[in-house]
Design a protein around this ligand. Structure first.
Ligand SMILES: N[C@@H](CCC(=O)N[C@@H](CS)C(=O)NCC(=O)O)C(=O)O
Length: 356
């Protein structure tokens, strides 16, 4: 059983016993906000939930260190301003500093040291290079809503490029950007992605401190990946046939039998969600907390609602869907896409409600 930061119970208990003062500045915890105790990943990687990497520090030090590497922060004026120095570090922080020092170049970890490997993987994610801006190409309430919702959950800066639906026909220039003609397209520097569920995983994994990711070391990692993949391959796939042959095709090509069969197919596959929620008694699909998998599967429920299938969701799924819609980030994503569509002169009709 892990806490909300993915820290296993036994590690949490051991750290609570070990750290009675801030592991960085050495001050006693207090009631004043800056002095309150907070959970800290010494290497800012939520997937490293080891006794060497989890510690308690005061909120003041936590905020000052932010996303910085430990050594980078310790050498910075911000740490000095707080009076943090080698002689104020608790042994766990000193060990982490010493180990990082043994690795002059982040690309060459100490051989045979699993901690060194962890440092390497964490530092390669948290390079000190400026992070390129995220650009999301999106149609109102299309699958690109998945990464949009994630961006709002993570409260990241991004630029939203609205497109009329379908872009393949109504914004042909977009084919130069994405030869598939589909949304989403997510661009960040050299990274270009066209799969919505993979984007959810990418954004969660590159911002591990937000707790929307599930680490490979976590017992729920397999379930997490399964939900992410299922969200599109198993749940959205039959929905697209319902959309195409019930809505998007001209009258002479509509196929009511396909609509009926694949609506039933979708509802049958959705039983996996109903069963998981019912049996686990959890409010979320996996890991006992809200993750990127809930965003990915949540979009299939939004699409199901557009298809008029929500009344046929099972009771646990209905309640889950209500909860997801209450999330401030979900609501912000809804508002943002409408406002952006208006400002950028793109129809506000949700893509699934488009007619020929
Ligand atoms: N598997 C992809 C599918 C992307 C996709 O087909 N997007 C639809 C919108 S939901 C699209 O752009 N359709 C326009 C078209 O096919 O021309 C994903 O999950 O992102």
């Amino acid at each position: 059983m892990a806490n909300q930061w993915g820290i296993p119970k036994e590690i949490e208990e051991a750290v609570l016993k070990r750290d009675h003062r801030c592991v960085y500045c050495g001050s006693e915890f207090g009631l004043e906000r800056a002095k309150m105790r907070s959970w800290e990943h010494i290497i800012n990687d939520i997937s490293i939930a080891t006794i060497e990497n989890i510690a308690l520090c005061c909120i003041g030090c936590n905020a000052s260190k932010g996303g910085k590497l430990l050594n980078e922060w310790l050498d910075s004026p911000r740490a000095k301003l707080r009076g943090v120095a080698e002689n104020t570090l608790a042994p766990v922080a000193l060990t982490a500093r010493d180990r990082a020092k043994q690795i002059p170049d982040c690309e060459t970890p100490a051989t045979g040291s699993s901690f060194g490997d962890e440092i390497k993987s964490a530092t390669s994610v948290l390079s000190s290079q400026p992070t390129p801006m995220l650009h999301l190409h999106h149609c109102v309430s299309a699958r690109s809503f998945r990464p949009l919702w994630m961006l709002e959950e993570l409260q990241l800066p991004y630029q939203l490029h609205m497109l009329p639906f379908p872009p393949r026909a109504k914004a042909r220039w977009f084919l130069d950007e994405n030869p598939l003609g589909t949304v989403p397209l997510l661009v960040q520097g050299d990274v270009r992605m066209t799969e919505s569920a993979a984007m959810c995983q990418y954004l969660a994994a590159t911002h591990p401190d937000a707790g929307l990711d599930v680490a490979p070391t976590h017992p729920a990692f397999g379930a997490y990946l399964n939900w992410l993949h299922m969200s599109d391959a198993t749940l959205t796939f039959p929905q697209t046939l319902v959309l195409r042959y019930g809505r998007f095709e001209p009258a002479e090509r509509k196929q009511p039998q396909v609509v009926e069969d694949y609506s039933r197919w979708f509802l049958a596959r959705l039983r996996a969600v109903e069963a998981a929620l019912t049996h686990s008694g959890s409010e979320h699909l996996c890991a006992g907390r809200f993750t990127a998998a809930d965003v990915a599967v949540g979009y299939a429920l939004l699409l199901g609602q557009h298809l008029g299938l929500a009344p046929q969701f099972g009771p646990a799924t209905q309640a889950y869907w209500q909860r997801l819609q209450q999330r401030p980030a979900y609501q912000r994503a809804m508002e943002v896409q409408m406002r952006a569509a208006e400002v950028q002169g793109v129809p506000t009709t949700p893509a699934p409600d488009t007619r020929p």
